[in-house]
Each structure stands twice: as structure tokens, then as C-alpha cells.
Design a protein around this ligand. Structure first.
Ligand code: NAD
Length: 349
């Protein structure tokens, strides 16, 4: 395993490994940057095939969180934790308490939240060992998914404005891939605006529910890329924008919540060349972390969602920068985020 030479290392401030033999916990916390504030980022639990794979995921996601918070203008740095294990079989109170002690040992430099494979209920147990936890129901802002879905919804409106020159969504065709915490709520918001919905999920019960609630048409998971729709909204897993899928897409907008949608960064250019407007994932899916930034005794959901709505303007800024600089929207978002990240570092220096 290489750490400093890992292609996602990118000057991480700290990468901490921890094992707790009693509970079976094996975890990594990656802290990319704390120039803007404590490193905030979810905890992913996954049956990684190797420690290398777990480390690479932690580094990649942690760096992404720095850029996401900077682009959203939040007073947070970027971090992420991963637990090597199967969320279906390996969770226990002892494991979450051990994870809580691990987080606590970093003294607030890293603030944990839920992510793929973890839940607000898991975070409730983590909180028994540390106060450096966010996204919990009691005394916190709760599940971040509705805020994330709201951000994706306003982001879709920004993309429709920029690409289709329209400010309403009536009759627009959207294919939503993944009907989990975010995807299902996004469908609810889109259906209320008269969107024609197509949905794909490997869990057929969710498809039936969305069909009954929103009149959504179910499609085979493998066929979701080929649909004749205006928008493809990836809300499941990463790397779904790749050499195989781009030529198949008939949508002219890609805008969804999934993290790391591009298999490789060059796929942002491939999308642009194919005439597809891409809403960079970490710009459009920042609603959850913006909601967390509002956490505290005075938490007000309406105010938090107002702040999430600024994703609309952020995306218009990203699209305009891409046009002005002749670069992909992904590169434009990265340039804007890097400026915000580094200007703060300079101020602090
Ligand atoms: P989730 O686990 O609740 O939902 C994921 C859904 O995708 C599930 O219904 C699952 O069955 C489905 N799925 C898995 N593989 C699929 C496939 N091949 N085809 C179609 N469907 C498939 O997760 P979530 O919280 O809704 O998050 C969705 C995505 O958004 C993830 O990439 C996550 O990292 C990202 N994200 C979530 C949040 C949040 O607030 N929850 C914030 C930012 C980013």
C-alpha cells in the first residue's frame, strides 16, 4: 500500500488508520484540508476488496469534500472516513462506539456524518462517544438526504434554465437512477412540477412505490442510459458516466446526487463534446452538507433550505465560467472551488 504516492493523496493533511480488535472495527479517517474549518464528511461502510481500495476511496472522497464545502462557501474543510465491512452483517453497537472513540481522538478536526452503508441511527450510537458528529435526529439537523434532494432539484432547474432556456419543468422527461434516500425524495419534488419520470433501481419494491406515488415508469437498471429523456439523474453509485454510457445517453443534461459520477475526469470533456450539460456532482449534491452547516441549537429548516437553494446560482456561475474559459463544467467548478480553498489558506497564512 502506498499513501503519499497514491494518485488521490493530493497533499492530505492527515490519514489515520485505526483497528479495534474487540469490535472488529477497521477504519480510516482521511483529512484533506482544514483551512476553512473542521473537516466534515460522511462515513462510508463497504466490503472493500482490499485495504488499498478502502484507502483510495477515503482519499478521493475526502478531497471531494474539501472542494464541495469550498464551492458552497461553507466554513468547513474536507474529510471522510471509511469502515472496511459489510453494512448488512458487520454492524454492532460495539463497532459504532469504537468508531466514536476514534473520531473523538482527533479532537474535532474531523466531524463524522452518515453516508453510503451508514445511517442516522448509527450516528446516534457514535454520539455516545463523541460530540463531533452531525446529521443526527435529536439535537441535530437530522437526515441530510431531503436537503440533498432539494439541492439537486434546484440544480436541475438551473441546468434546464441554462440548457433549455426554460424556468419550469412541466413535461420534461427525467430518468432517475436509484430510489434511495435522495432519489425517492427528488422524484417527489419533480413529480409535483409535472415532470415525466422514469425510474431504475435494483430494488423492485422501490420501483413499485414510485410508480404508485408519482406515476413513474419503471425501467430495467441496465436500460436507464438509453432512454429518450431530457435529463439523466444519477442518484445511486459512482462511475456511471464512462466510455460505455456516454455514447448511449440521449439526455442533454446530467444532474444527480451520486458522488463521483465521472469514471475519470476526462469524461467531463467527453460529455461536453457530446453536447451534454453536466452539473458537477459536488456542486449539485452539496445540500446535505449545507444543511449540516446550519446545525445547532437555533437550527431552522426553512433557513437551511434557503441556503441550499443557492446551489442554483452556484451552478449558473459554474456553467458561465465553463463557457467563458472554454473548459468542461467539471473543470470550471474545480477552478472556482480551488480559488476559494486557496484564498482561505492565504488568509490564514
Ligand atoms: P441510498 O443507499 O439510500 O440509495 C441508493 C439507491 O440506489 C438504493 O435504492 C439502491 O437500491 C439503488 N441502486 C444501487 N445500485 C443500483 C443500480 N446499479 N441501478 C439502479 N439503482 C441502484 O443512498 P442515498 O443516500 O440516496 O445516496 C445516493 C447517492 O447520492 C450516493 O452516491 C451518495 O453518495 C450520494 N449523496 C447522498 C447524500 C445524502 O444526503 N444522502 C449527499 C450527497 C451525496
Amino acid at each position: 500500500m502506498t499513501v503519499f504516492d497514491n494518485s488521490s493523496f493530493d497533499n492530505h493533511q492527515s490519514v489515520v488508520f485505526h483497528a479495534d480488535p474487540d469490535s472488529g472495527l477497521r477504519a480510516i479517517i482521511a483529512i484533506h484540508n482544514t483551512a476553512r474549518g473542521a473537516a466534515v464528511g460522511g462515513c462510508r461502510m463497504w466490503p472493500y476488496a482490499s485495504e488499498d481500495e478502502a484507502l483510495t476511496d477515503a482519499l478521493r472522497l475526502s478531497r471531494g469534500m474539501s472542494y464541495k464545502s469550498a464551492l458552497a462557501g461553507l466554513p468547513f474543510g474536507g474529510g471522510k472516513s471509511v469502515i472496511i465491512g459489510d453494512p448488512a452483517t458487520d454492524k454492532s453497537e460495539a463497532l459504532w462506539r469504537a468508531m466514536g472513540r476514534f473520531v473523538d481522538s482527533l479532537g474535532g478536526r474531523y466531524i463524522i456524518a452518515e453516508d453510503v452503508g451508514t445511517s442516522p441511527a448509527d450516528m446516534e450510537i457514535v454520539r455516545r462517544e463523541t460530540r463531533h458528529v452531525s446529521g443526527i435526529a435529536e439535537g441535530g439537523s437530522g437526515d441530510p438526504s431531503p436537503a440533498t434532494a432539494w439541492g439537486v432539484f434546484v440544480g436541475i432547474k438551473a441546468a434546464v434554465h441554462a440548457r433549455l432556456g426554460r424556468d419550469d419543468l412541466k413535461g420534461i422527461g427525467v430518468a432517475v437512477q436509484g430510489l434511495g434516500h435522495v432519489g425517492y425524495e427528488l422524484c417527489r419534488l419533480l413529480a409535483a412540477e409535472g415532470v415525466v419520470l422514469y425510474v431504475a433501481d435494483i430494488d423492485r419494491t422501490r420501483l413499485a412505490k414510485a410508480g404508485a406515488a408519482f406515476g413513474a415508469t419503471s425501467v430495467d437498471p441496465g436500460a436507464v442510459y438509453d432512454l429518450d429523456v431530457d435529463i439523466f439523474a444519477p442518484c445511486a453509485l459512482g462511475a456511471v458516466i464512462n466510455d460505455d454510457t456516454i455514447p448511449r445517453l440521449r439526455a442533454t443534461i446530467v444532474a444527480g446526487s451520486a458522488n463521483n459520477q465521472l469514471a475519470e475526469s476526462r469524461h467531463a470533456d467527453a460529455l461536453a463534446q457530446a453536447g451534454i450539460l453536466y452539473a458537477p456532482d459536488y456542486a449539485i449534491n452539496a445540500g446535505g452538507v449545507i444543511n449540516i452547516a446550519n446545525e445547532g441549537p437555533d437550527y431552522n429548516q426553512a433557513q437551511a433550505f434557503d441556503q441550499v437553494s443557492r446551489i442554483y446560482d452556484t451552478l449558473l456561475e459554474v456553467f458561465a465560467r465553463a463557457d467563458a474559459d472554454g473548459i468542461s463544467t467539471d473543470m470550471a467548478a474545480e477552478r472556482i472551488a480551488a480559488q476559494r480553498l486557496h484564498s482561505k489558506i492565504d488568509e490564514a497564512a
